[in-house]
Ligand binder design. Structure first.
Ligand SMILES: C[S@@+](CC[C@H](N)C(=O)[O-])C[C@H]1O[C@@H](n2cnc3c(N)ncnc32)[C@H](O)[C@@H]1O
Length: 226
């Protein structure tokens, strides 16, 4: 990533005008009707990975370059953030990464074909600190069931957060789910440069010395689920 690209991703650069059509790099979920046909969406049959709440898209940007043989789609509720992430992809003419602006719970629950996704990534989901707001958290029983439905057998769910109490709840949901097996905890890696982090939030939290909790789980195959 060039210095200019890195500055664009991380600075508070001006908002991208809504009138700018950024398709296919940014698509509003309201423009996607029914269940997504990934072959038509991408124009190929590469495996698809979803980044739930992709924010400014650092994961999409890095992973799509590291793995040109996979397709990455971020889902982001905040259009301003999602469009900033998509702008980087547009500028690079990235063929294998896109951002969908919209609510991941609707897309995962209703618009993604069963077992059509190789991996779901959930990095630093909003913590909703107050107990009475915990019900707004994305990582619920229902969310895990949607993930079990859309992830291929043998596919993975990756989840990182700095919020210990949130991780205790989300990892317990995953560890006790009949359709997932825990995999070894990913090790912490020393970044080699400013953009060498999984996500913008990982960088922000590591810089202030927070502990990052990391988990990955494998979707069991059909026979293991019965
Ligand atoms: C704390 S930020 C983390 C962003 C990014 N994953 C990272 O690690 O840098 C959480 C993001 O999730 C997005 N988000 C929250 N609820 C969402 C939902 N239901 N669907 C899609 N995105 C959502 C927020 O808008 C926000 O950008």
């Amino acid at each position: 990533m060039s210095a200019a690209e890195s500055a664009d991703l991380e600075s508070s650069s001006p908002e991208i005008p809504e009138s700018l059509d950024m398709r296919p790099w940014f698509i509003a979920s309201r423009d996607i009707k029914g269940v997504i046909n990934w072959s038509e969406f991408w124009g190929n049959d590469q495996p698809v990975e979803i980044d739930v709440g992709c924010g400014r898209g650092l994961f999409l940007f890095n992973a799509s370059q590291e793995h040109p043989e996979r397709n990455y789609v971020g889902i982001e509720l905040d259009f301003k953030e999602g469009r900033r992430g998509a702008m980087r992809l547009l500028k690079r003419n990235t063929p294998n990464a896109r951002v969908i602006g919209g609510d991941a719970t609707i897309l995962l629950g209703k618009q993604i074909k069963p077992h059509s996704v190789r991996a779901v990534h959930v990095y630093f989901p909003d913590p909703w600190w107050k107990r009475r707001h915990h019900k707004r958290r994305i990582f619920t029983d229902e969310f895990v069931n949607w993930c079990a439905n859309i992830i291929e057998f043998g596919g993975e769910l990756h989840h990182w957060t700095d919020v210990k109490e949130y991780f205790e709840v989300s990892s317990a949901l995953m560890n006790h789910h009949a359709l997932f097996d825990p995999l070894p905890t990913p090790e912490e890696r020393e970044p080699t440069h400013n953009m060498d982090y999984q996500t913008s939030f990982e960088r922000k939290k590591r810089r202030i010395g927070s502990t990052i909790h990391r988990g990955v789980w494998r979707r069991k195959d059909g026979s293991a689920a019965s």
